[in-house]
Design a protein around this ligand. Structure first.
Ligand code: HEM
Length: 359
């Protein structure tokens, strides 16, 4: 064969990839542990998929970084398509836990001590995915764990990379800015009756009244939450705990646009934007599903022992599971939906501008 002809193995650099599995227990002086090979292969497979997820996230962030995005161009559609890809990969990563489950706790014990103090905790790519999605250091469970550069923590260069990424713009902020730019409520589309007081804006006034009339007696307090989330109006009996729970990562203006998109999602013009928001919610859920599956697997594998990375183990993972949602604000919008048949009819000027006609 011609030396320069493309060849499967060399194109894929299989010489490197397939020679990168080196079970420590196979080294001289140790007792070979059969399952260590699976343990290595599965981690490597995860890391390859993490790489692909980061690649897709970078693309999406590049689009949202543009000063203006033409909603009718291919840009947003490609982001939507690539978010779907991330979702499929995450579904696969959830499935992969089942393969690791074929290793029993005793099989794991055979080589576990040889791994100390390394741990999946140190997966830099996983941390970059979290950071790019928008997880901030201050919102991390037991954040001091992340600052360790001694044993069980990150190397200095990895720590640096994670920090630099965290300090840069993340997808959440970029999506927030994109939502803020939506012109839905401009006075020009509302017969110039829009008011700077959001509660007096024709759309919000009508919507708030419909929302209120749909609340049951027990749900009445939700109206104050509504006012806070969409108008930044502090609830009368607000304590700092309630405000902290309501205060999301998205701005009030972005929340208004996101709800509007969710409400009118069935109109073609909103389809792509809606699917983008829905994909972010789905990505968040799948990340969380993975954390849960990993936690259950860890409980079975090591019980209540501390992790090789020296966190409290299952206790730490449970805290991270509960706390590390990034797009909680978007999934929380369901609290403020109303029945489709009650949706306020939009003014002609707006529907015309957006390029669709209702009725
Ligand atoms: C026998 C199998 C496994 C056990 C017993 C295990 C155990 C643990 C424990 C105890 C932690 C907490 C940190 C620590 O103290 O070590 C952790 C974190 C982590 N592990 Fe695993 N793990 C296993 C497999 C995997 C696999 C296959 C992956 C895939 C990449 C993975 C990725 C992670 C990640 C990303 C974290 C950080 C999670 C977070 O901060 O929310 N682990 N693991």
């Amino acid at each position: 064969m011609n030396d320069t002809a493309m060849y499967y193995g060399s194109y894929l650099h299989l010489d490197k990839i397939l020679h990168s599995q080196h079970p420590v227990s196979f080294e001289e002086g140790n007792e070979p542990a059969h399952d260590e090979m699976l343990f290595i292969v599965i981690h490597q497979a995860y890391e390859l998929w993490f790489k692909q997820i980061l690649f897709e996230l970078d693309y999406a962030m590049g689009v949202f970084q543009k000063e203006t995005i033409n909603d009718n161009s291919e840009d947003l559609n490609l982001v939507r398509h690539r978010f779907r890809r991330i979702i499929k990969i995450l579904e696969l990563l959830n499935q992969q836990v089942n393969i690791l489950d074929t290793m029993t706790p005793m099989d794991f014990l055979a080589f576990r001590n040889l791994l100390t103090p390394s741990s999946g905790f140190q997966s830099m790519q996983f941390r970059l995915i979290e950071a790019k999605l928008g997880l901030q250091m201050n919102n991390r469970h037991q954040k001091d764990y992340y600052k360790r550069t001694n044993e069980g923590g990150f190397t200095q260069p990895d720590f640096q990379t994670i920090n630099t990424t965290e300090n840069g713009k993340n997808l959440l902020q970029l999506v927030n800015n994109w939502l803020e730019r939506m012109p839905f409520f401009d006075a020009a589309y509302w017969n110039n009756t829009a008011s700077s007081d959001w509660q007096e804006h024709p759309f919000w006034k009508a919507y708030r009244a419909i929302y209120e009339s749909g609340l049951t007696e027990r749900e009445k307090s939700k109206l104050a939450d509504f006012d806070y989330v969409f108008f930044e109006k502090n609830p009368e009996q607000a304590n700092s705990e309630l405000l902290a729970a309501l205060k999301g990562s998205f701005s009030t203006a972005a929340m208004r646009a996101a709800l509007f998109i969710m409400l009118y999602r069935d109109f073609p013009v909103f389809q792509t934007s809606y699917q983008l928001l829905d994909s972010l919610i789905e990505i968040d859920h799948l990340m969380s599903n993975w954390r849960h599956k990993h936690l259950i697997m860890v409980r079975r594998m090591i019980g209540m022992r501390v992790g090789t990375g020296n966190t409290s183990g299952a206790g730490y993972l449970e805290g991270a599971l509960n706390k590390h949602y990034v797009y909680r604000d978007l999934s929380g919008l369901s609290t403020y939906l109303i029945e489709r048949r009650k949706l306020p009819k939009l003014p002609e000027t707006l529907t015309h501008h957006l390029g669709f006609r209702m009725g």
